[in-house]
Design a protein around this ligand. Structure first.
Ligand code: PXP
Length: 260
């Protein structure tokens, strides 16, 4: 199983303070030394975390291949074509969302825009992927477009898992539509896992490479990693969140050493 580490979340912290620290570029060597296989970033239309200069520097300096997530906005596609990352993953984008909330809508007129963008990028020798919901219909549409990869959205699985097996439901970020009895949530979780397995199987039958991601963490990743046919996971939030705590003691000691 390959691991792509999504380092946007480092830029989120930098942008919260609007300064130059922490710089996602400093993560490149660490991600490589830790044994991950790829670095994933998302150049959003609103530039809320990764900026154009970050994307350029990361692509130019990364020892690992870069998977650049992007929308089909023509200006963004043009930037991606010029940056020439190893792979471009087309994702849906909505300005008010906190994070990518679902897979691509592959119905017209979106289908035509996605198809055009994929062919534009492929002509520039950029590997292409579509971030899709784990459904047979979405896999078939992706096959028609001719991408090399699909990335299955695991956000629904992760949300159900968190409502069942963590304290999320007791917090102010509880998910209203999943405020259900545990028996119902267990059934939903089983159904969602089956959907992911079936979509993986279908994609594999079509000769597509299969990645998965969104909301995967130290609790819920095992069930997804077990699915035969998934070759790669892209994980960000949970890894960066954990690194805050695995690194906090050292960071405090370094500061005490300086001020003593
Ligand atoms: N894959 C895609 C296509 C994404 O948009 C994201 C979120 O930026 C991820 C994976 C990683 O999700 P998370 O940060 O929840 O691990």
């Amino acid at each position: 199983m390959l691991l792509g580490v999504n380092i946007d979340h480092i830029a989120v912290l930098r942008e919260a303070r609007q300064i130059n620290d922490p710089n996602p570029i400093d993560a490149l060597g660490i991600v490589q030394r830790a044994g991950a296989n790829q670095i994933t970033i998302h150049l959003r239309e609103d530039r809320r975390h990764i900026h154009d200069s970050d994307a350029k520097n990361i692509i130019d300096l990364s020892p690992l291949p870069i998977n650049l997530e992007c929308s089909v906005n023509p200006d963004i596609i043009e930037i991606v074509a010029k940056l020439r990352p190893h792979r471009a993953t087309i994702v849906p984008e909505n300005r008010v969302e906190v994070t990518t909330e679902g897979g691509l809508d592959l119905n017209e007129p979106n289908f035509a825009n996605i198809d055009k963008s994929v062919h534009y990028l492929k002509a520039r020798e950029i590997e292409t992927s579509l971030f899709i919901d784990p459904t047979i219909e979405a896999v078939r549409a992706a096959k028609t477009i001719g991408v090399e990869w699909v990335e299955l959205h695991t956000g629904t699985y992760s949300n159900i898992y968190a409502m069942l097996f963590s304290n999320l439901s007791k917090t102010h970020h509880s998910i209203d539509e999943l405020s259900l009895e545990r028996s119902k949530l267990k059934l939903l979780l089983k159904k969602e896992l089956t959907r992911i397995k079936e979509a993986t199987f279908e994609a594999h039958e079509f000769g597509l490479k299969v990645a998965a991601g969104h909301g995967l963490n130290y609790q819920n990743v095992k069930e997804i990693a077990k699915i035969e046919g998934i070759e790669e996971l892209n994980i960000g939030q949970s890894i960066i969140a954990r690194s805050v705590f695995t690194g906090l003691e050292r960071a405090i000691k370094d500061m005490i050493g300086l001020i003593q």
